[in-house]
Design a protein around this ligand. Structure first.
Ligand code: HXC
Length: 516
């Protein structure tokens, strides 16, 4: 073979790899409203930066006629490139090739980029679109999955891991997205479940569609497994780019600092009007967030899940902060099973990746009731508490209104090594609200009273005056400063600057034992 023939052979193999499962299957992919693995990578990565690895890898299976059916690349496109100018590793399952199913050879490609990402200290993005374990390969495919899961766990807390589920993801395959830091799903074209509708029908005689069982809506609002639900592939890939802009490359680095055009001294006088005069009236905490952070910098995470808490990333004077905020507009901002897990997950991510945590507290307590108690609100709340206590990155809290009872002790506070606690004059920091306190403390007096309602009102007013304010906590030094709402932005920025070099450690241990 001449050199020219050899060069032509290489080109032929490259072209074959680029075509994946062929034009017909690419057309079928498009017909479903999905992009191919390569088209997705083109949108995700900075133009011209993607460098593929292992494009010529083929499977080694000799069963069921597979030996005659080999496609270079073997159902996954892997490599590295840049997103926002920063090194990022990627694997994108190619549904056009053997349904993107995971073979041993194809898992080795994924594991190679995972190993490189861990060693280089750069994020890994997975674009999932796969029929699961390569059926013809049997246990070899399962071995591939297991080795892949191991890397997800080893990479956890070392480099950010993001998975976008952009097609099928079923059976044990779901555990990779579940192990990563952030999961995105695409509406209508993606689903995730352990056992599909057919098995559900056989075992439980229950008819359910793919979307109803494990579509993007289900995971973004009910299970919380998806952090983002996106309308289509393009929105999903753009959301990954945006999300990455808030994250450091690895656990030894800080998130990128952007030049901010928003004045760090800016005071928004309308903040003084956000909390209503009546303590029982709701307001939308997003009003506060959007007014204190750098303009348009808030990226909400888990927007449709556990909505009595709002969480996300934002910037203050260009520096990234994780925000945990009770949402008085939903369930009065009560903590519950789901919001506890939602909050805990973001706090632990921030702690692992050097992102300060800002808490906005307005919480009347934990949501009461058998549903919550039986779902283990004790254990779920403990996860949230554990996350705050364990966290050693800068912790700033602004108590805007209620900080009652157990919820005060669970949320960010001075006693859990919180660094700075501000309270607005509207803050109410007490064991419980005035109504509840009066009912407990004056039960006998109220039972005997000739005019119990009149007495109750008097006692409630007295309790409110005495306890439902920030001043007892401020006298005790549990609140560092009572500030006007409009001062919040400059005060947070000042505190963040002061805390920039913060060092704090937990006692040496192999790892803690959070109440899973
Ligand atoms: C090998 C597979 C495959 C698989 C799909 N294909 N899944 N090949 N192993 N797991 C192939 C199909 O044979 C077909 O090949 C091509 O991919 C496209 O599949 P279609 O069925 O034509 O596509 P569609 O109609 O869109 O249906 C997609 C699907 C379906 C719903 C995902 O393919 C399906 O049900 N696949 C099997 C899913 C499954 O049970 N997987 C194992 C799960 S258990 P041709 O040549 O015709 O184009 C598991 C365990 C993991 O994954 C455990 C980890 C610990």
């Amino acid at each position: 073979m001449s050199n020219q023939d050899k060069y032509r052979l290489l080109e032929k193999k490259r072209q074959q790899a680029l075509l994946g499962g062929g034009k017909e299957r690419i057309d079928a992919q498009h017909k479903k409203g999905k992009l191919t693995a390569r088209e997705r990578i083109d949108i995700l990565m900075d133009e011209g930066t993607f460098q593929e690895l292992d494009a010529l890898v083929e499977h080694r299976c000799h069963y069921m006629g597979m030996e005659k059916n080999r496609i270079p690349g073997d159902g996954v496109v892997t490599g590295y490139g840049k997103i926002g100018g920063r090194l990022t590793f990627i694997y994108a399952q190619d549904f056009t090739t053997f349904g993107g199913s995971l073979s041993k050879a194809n898992s080795e490609k994924i594991n190679k980029v995972m190993d490189l990402a861990i060693r280089q200290g750069a994020p890994v993005i997975g674009l999932n679109d796969s029929g699961g374990a390569r059926i013809q390969e049997g246990v070899d495919s399962l071995a591939g999955y297991a080795e892949f899961f191991l890397r997800n766990v080893l990479a956890s807390g070392v480099v950010p891991q993001i998975t976008a589920v952009m097609g099928p993801c079923a059976g044990g395959a779901v555990y990779s997205p579940a192990l990563t830091d952030f999961t995105l799903m695409v509406e209508e074209t993606s689903y995730m479940f352990l056992t599909g509708p057919d098995v559900v029908k056989t075992v439980l005689a229950e008819e359910v569609s793919y979307e109803e069982l494990g579509g993007a809506g289900v995971h973004a609002s009910i299970t919380g497994i998806a952090h983002f639900s996106c309308q289509d592939d393009v929105e999903c890939l753009q959301t990954i780019r945006k999300l990455l802009s808030y994250l450091p490359q690895n656990n030894m680095e800080d998130p990128p600092i952007l030049e901010s055009e928003d004045d760090p001294q800016r005071m928004d006088m309308e903040l003084d009007e956000v909390v209503p005069d009546s303590p029982t009236k709701p307001y939308d905490v997003r009003e506060i967030i959007s007014r204190i952070v750098d303009k348009d910098s808030f990226l909400e995470i888990h927007a449709d899940y556990a909505q009595s808490m709002v969480v996300g990333f934002a910037r203050f004077d260009g520096r990234v902060v994780g925000i945990i905020a009770n949402q008085p507009a939903v369930l009065a901002g009560c903590l519950d099973c789901d919001s506890s897990i939602k909050g805990a997950r973001l706090i632990r991510f921030c702690d692992a990746f050097n992102i300060p945590v800002l808490t906005l507290t307005d919480v009347p307590g934990f949501l009461p009731g058998t549903d919550q108690e039986h779902r283990g609100v004790i254990k779920q709340g403990a996860k949230f508490l554990y996350a705050y206590c364990e966290c050693t990155v800068p912790k700033i809290n602004i108590i805007t209104r209620k900080a009652y009872g157990g919820a005060y002790a669970v949320m960010s506070n001075r006693h859990h090594r919180g660094d700075i606690v501000y309270a607005w004059p509207t803050a109410e920091i007490a064991v419980m609200g005035a109504q509840g306190a009066v009912n407990v403390l004056y039960r006998k007096e109220l039972a005997k009273a000739k005019e119990p309602e009149k007495l109750r009102r008097k006692l409630v007013d007295k309790f409110t005056d005495k306890f439902c304010n920030p001043y007892i906590a401020a006298e005790l030094g549990y609140v560092d400063e009572v500030i006007m709402p409009h001062q919040s932005r400059p005060m947070v920025i000042k505190a963040l600057r002061m805390l920039e070099g913060k060092r704090d450690y937990n006692p040496p241990k192999k790892h803690g034992n959070p109440p899973l």
